[in-house]
Design a protein around this ligand. Structure first.
Ligand code: UAG
Ligand code: ATP
Ligand code: API
Ligand code: MG
Length: 495
């Protein structure tokens, strides 16, 4: 769709300040993507103002420009005597989001969004899985792409409004009635999802991240809060982790706006209350209390935090009208997100092998701590650090691995253009003399699996869902989960 359609500016909610109410044939945010008849959204950027690219957009046939006051200053002189329409608004990113929604029209009848520092992909995926278990056509949109009843790759956690609304319209046309999307702080700050009609929205937690983009901690939180104070309508339901102090702050905002709230957490005030957890090798039993009635559910998921993610997803599905008993019955069917505490293989002796995307010191610690209560025996860790990336994290990742695992193997993880031995040496420096250094990742996995006795577990960290090992500028096919299966099969005599 798109190119064959023509809509007047006024049909997109826009009014020209200069020029006519022209008809446009499409929308672009980048001058290099403009086609004849397009509206070019000239947005204020980090590096440049989009209006500086207006000459290129005009050359490619733009018939209208959407911009702010600063953009108008740049655009006006370029438009003297031209019939190109100039639309000047306070917040062009938001106007673009609304225009994209009107341009593409349809979206799945029920859409929910999830924000928070950690757990967005997990909650969005679980929400989609529950809907599918209830028999609905559903999809999730986020870091791992578009998955479920509709699939597509995605470059961003929260796509640009033009891409997002194209996707939502395609999904709706394909019969998808339910969608769960991730709302990244960048996406919220840039108003990427302001045009989406949300039925409910969730908040998982808030810790430090992305201070390279947001000027302060407060600004980072304000971006996330925008999901509830701006994007979710008054008749939407807010699902909030109120164990997190920032969730309590959001609770006040939501109540002030008249939104219905489902609190999720351990506190007695929560409508969806986590009452207790018991961990074993394959997952956890979770006791929770919904509307004062305690219930027990089996979750085949590793990591204490996954119970909060699963209950948050359940609350979102209930918020959108599903029968609670049916929702809870679906929870044992949840499967983990690819490459995140994913059970990749099990040895004949019962030992387990997990793959996780942990690639920072903090994540290495979190992942190992989360796995520990599931393990009766020893916990073996495989860790490595990427080349051409932050060098300071290397010894810290090694140190975290040694602090929280019983045995550590240091290996390569995308050395890129650096000398792999130099990277490993930096990780070894933190991991200490007891750690084992095995450069070849496949061999490291084989040795790690070989070291597992009954009740032991191996955690392979760093690559998660990645499918390649980057050496120099070449990408060689490599999949940790696949290598784990191969190693188990080889050692247990299945191949
Ligand atoms: C930091 C960030 O979010 N940047 C976004 C921002 O770009 P910018 O402000 O830096 O743009 P700029 O380079 O200064 O250019 C200004 C404008 O001129 C336009 N331009 C630029 C060059 C040109 O030749 N012609 C042209 O028209 C650009 O499209 C832009 O609109 O506005 C652009 C247009 O809306 C976005 O495409 C771009 O996202 C970039 C691609 C990006 O990588 N964003 C990442 C950081 C991101 O959003 N990540 C989050 C997840 C984060 C996480 O949780 O890890 C995500 O949701 O994926
Ligand atoms: N509820 C949670 N609380 C704390 N940590 C969590 C939680 N959920 C997930 N994590 C940790 O964060 C990692 C990433 O999880 P997930 O992909 O679901 O988060 P995300 O918010 O989508 O992250 P991203 O910003 O990279 O898209 C997990 O591997 C886990 O270590
Ligand atoms: N996508 C992120 C994480 C990759 C993690 C690890 N596999 C690495 O290559 O460092 C990056 O490129 O920094
Ligand atoms: Mg994500």
């Amino acid at each position: 769709m798109g190119e064959a359609v023509t809509k007047a500016l006024s049909d997109l909610g826009l009014t020209a300040r200069h020029g006519e109410d022209v008809a446009v044939t499409g929308l672009s945010v980048d001058s290099r993507q403009v086609r004849p008849g397009h509206l070019f959204a000239a947005l204020p950027g980090v590096k440049a103002h989009g209006a500086t690219f207006l000459p290129a957009a005009l050359e490619r046939g733009a018939v209208a420009v959407l911009t702010d006051r600063a953009g108008e200053e740049i655009a006006r002189p370029l438009l003297v005597g031209s019939s190109v329409a100039l639309v000047v608004v306070e917040d062009p990113r938001q106007s673009l989001a609304y225009a994209a929604a009107l341009w593409f029209g349809a979206q799945p009848a029920t859409v929910v969004a999830v924000t928070g520092t950690n757990g967005k992909t997990s909650v969005a995926t679980f929400t989609r899985q529950i809907w599918q278990a209830l028999g609905f056509e559903a999809a999730n949109i986020g870091t791992t792409g578009v998955e479920g009843s509709f699939t597509a790759p995605s470059a961003h956690t929260t796509p640009e409004p033009i891409t997002l609304h194209r996707l939502l319209a395609e999904m709706a046309a394909a019969g998808v009635d339910y969608a769960a999307m991730e709302a990244s702080s960048h996406g919220l700050a840039q108003r990427r999802l302001d045009g989406v009609q949300l039925s409910a929205a969730a908040f998982t937690n808030f810790t430090q991240d992305h201070l390279d983009y947001h000027a302060t901690f407060e600004e980072y939180f304000a971006a996330k809060a925008g999901l509830f104070t701006r994007v979710l309508p008054e008749d939407g339901v807010a699902v909030l982790n109120t164990d997190d102090p920032k969730g309590l702050e959001l609770f006040d905002y939501a109540v002030a706006r008249g939104q219905q709230v489902i609190r999720v957490g351990r506190d007695a005030s929560c409508e969806m209350r986590l009452g207790g957890q018991r961990f074993d090798a394959a997952g956890q039993d979770v006791r929770f209390i919904w509307e004062d009635a305690p219930q027990l559910v089996r979750l085949p998921l590793i990591g204490g935090f996954q119970a909060m993610n699963a209950l948050t997803a359940a609350a979102l599905v209930i918020a959108c009208g599903a029968e609670p008993a049916e929702v809870f019955a679906a929870l044992p069917k949840l499967t983990t997100v690819r490459g995140r505490m994913q059970l990749a293989a099990t040895r004949a002796n019962g030992a387990t092998v997990f793959v996780d995307y942990a690639h920072t010191p903090d994540a290495v610690e979190t992942a190992l701590k989360a796995l520990r209560p599931h393990v009766l025996g020893r916990l073996v860790a495989i860790v490595g650090a990427g080349g051409d990336r932050d060098r300071t994290k290397r010894p810290l990742m090694g140190r975290a691995a040694t602090a929280f695992a019983d045995h550590v193997i240091v290996t390569d993880d995308n050395p890129r253009t650096e000398d792999p031995a130099t990277i490993r040496a930096a990780v070894m420096e933190g991991a200490g003399p007891e750690a084992q250094e095995v450069g070849d990742r496949a061999e490291a996995i084989l040795r790690g699996v070989d070291a597992l006795g009954p009740g032991d577990a191996l955690l392979i960290m760093g690559k998660g869902h990645e499918r390649g090992q980057v050496i120099g500028t070449d990408i060689f096919p490599f999949d940790d989960a696949e290598q784990a299966s191969i190693a188990v099969a080889a050692l247990d005599g299945k191949i």
